[in-house]
Design a protein around this ligand. Structure first.
Ligand code: PEP
Ligand code: MN
Length: 379
């Protein structure tokens, strides 16, 4: 039992169901439907509450009980009733609030701009980028769509590579938030650190290398913080969605999926770092209720091809992007990690202009095309 459909006007039953959910360790999400009924979704591990479905079924006003057949129950798009009828669940909007009081809504149809250094390295670098982002946010009226990125703890392929400033980097990000009001996302690599990092960060990133570290996924889920979950570079769709379910099963549905490219044979040619799978964005949004964003930096590996990759995700209706940037060109030679793929902020401004132009001029065409295919499949 994952979803209960309840007729309107049965508030006593609603209270009983909420109480039962709390006893079974579930949160509820109530979708106020049209004129006739609402749906109550049980969030988290539903095995215990499922044992009580006989009791729930008999409560006044309960018209139907739905089960989600996908193994990733909490985030699946489609739930099925006993007779095989289906309900399409609504998109999940993930909210990230800044100290400036603005709420960034990921998944509400407008592109979210996550931008910042690969890693905070100096205060000047990190703060300047954040100030530049804030100025661009104000200039284009998109401050409520901007989030800062920066990994203080870096997963590196070679043990001798620079691995980030660690807690000192977190302190820098905290300071940057205090000065600019912008929220920030940072990576956690180890389950023992999730709770402590969550006391600082506004949003947590789980990187591609740790995308199936199940203890980490659960620990980050428990923090209830918004999470960006990158797709493991060799993960199939169901592995990716099931990884997200590890977070959701803890009652945390504040998950944003992120495609960052996969390894293919062609990468040896050296023309890009990872192969972007744009179609997987469409697929993720079809199979799950989660917003899905795109990382053009780690697919590119070279700043000259970041822009086209970034713009490439737009027709696939990515809910936003996460892009690595530089505050000024002269810093590139000092940058310790992912220097070649960092876009200078003056070029990133061009990306903002292009994305806003796209939203205004092309999005209506894409919506029209969608409507055509939706109507055709109904016919
Ligand atoms: C990063 O965002 O800097 C990063 C390490 O990303 P990924 O896990 O996608 O490689
Ligand atoms: Mn990076």
């Amino acid at each position: 039992m994952d979803i209960v459909e309840l007729e309107k006007g049965f508030s006593e039953t609603e209270e009983k169901i909420k109480k039962l959910a709390a006893e079974c360790g579930n949160d509820v999400e109530i979708i106020r439907g049209g004129a006739i009924s609402d749906t109550i979704h049980f969030i988290g591990d539903t095995r215990k509450i499922t044992e009580k479905s006989g009791y729930v079924k008999e409560l006044a006003g309960v018209s139907r009980i739905w089960n989600v057949s996908a193994p990733y129950k909490n985030i699946a798009r489609v739930a099925a009733g006993k007779a095989g009828e289906v309900v399409h669940r609504q998109d999940r909007i993930v909210e990230v609030k800044g100290l400036d009081g603005l709420v960034r809504k990921i998944g509400n149809g407008k592109h979210i701009f996550i931008v910042g250094p690969d890693s905070p390295q100096t205060m000047e670098q990190t703060l300047t980028i954040a100030k530049q982002a804030k100025a661009l946010g104000e200039k284009y009226g998109i401050l409520d769509r901007m989030i800062i990125r920066g990994g203080a703890f870096k997963p590196r392929t070679r043990p001798t590579d620079w691995r980030g400033l660690g807690w000192e980097g977190i302190k820098m990000l905290d300071k940057v938030r205090e000065e600019t009001g912008l929220p920030y996302v940072t990576e956690v690599m180890d389950h023992t650190m999730a709770e402590e990092v969550a006391k600082h960060a506004d949003m947590i990133q789980i990187g591609t290398r740790n995308a199936q570290d199940f203890e980490l996924l659960e620990a980050v889920g428990k923090t209830m913080k918004p999470v960006i979950l990158k797709r493991g570079f060799g993960n199939e769709a169901e592995e990716w969605f099931s990884a997200a379910e590890y977070i959701a099963n803890q009652g945390n549905l504040n998950i944003v999926l992120c495609e960052r490219g996969v390894k293919t044979l062609f990468i040896k040619e050296g023309y890009c770092r990872n192969t972007p799978d744009f179609n997987v964005i469409t697929h993720a949004k079809k199979k799950t209720i989660l917003p899905t964003i795109f990382d053009p930096s780690h697919v590119a590996g070279d700043d000259k091809i970041v822009m086209q990759n970034l713009l490439g995700c737009l027709p696939f209706k990515a809910d936003g992007s996460i892009t690595e940037t530089l505050h000024e060109e002269s810093f590139r030679k000092e940058q310790m990690c992912d220097a070649a793929q960092a876009l200078v902020m003056s070029v990133y401004e061009k990306a903002i202009q292009a994305i806003l132009a796209y939203e205004q001029n092309i999005s209506p065409f894409v919506a029209e095309m969608d409507a055509y295919f939706t109507n055709r499949s109904k016919a």
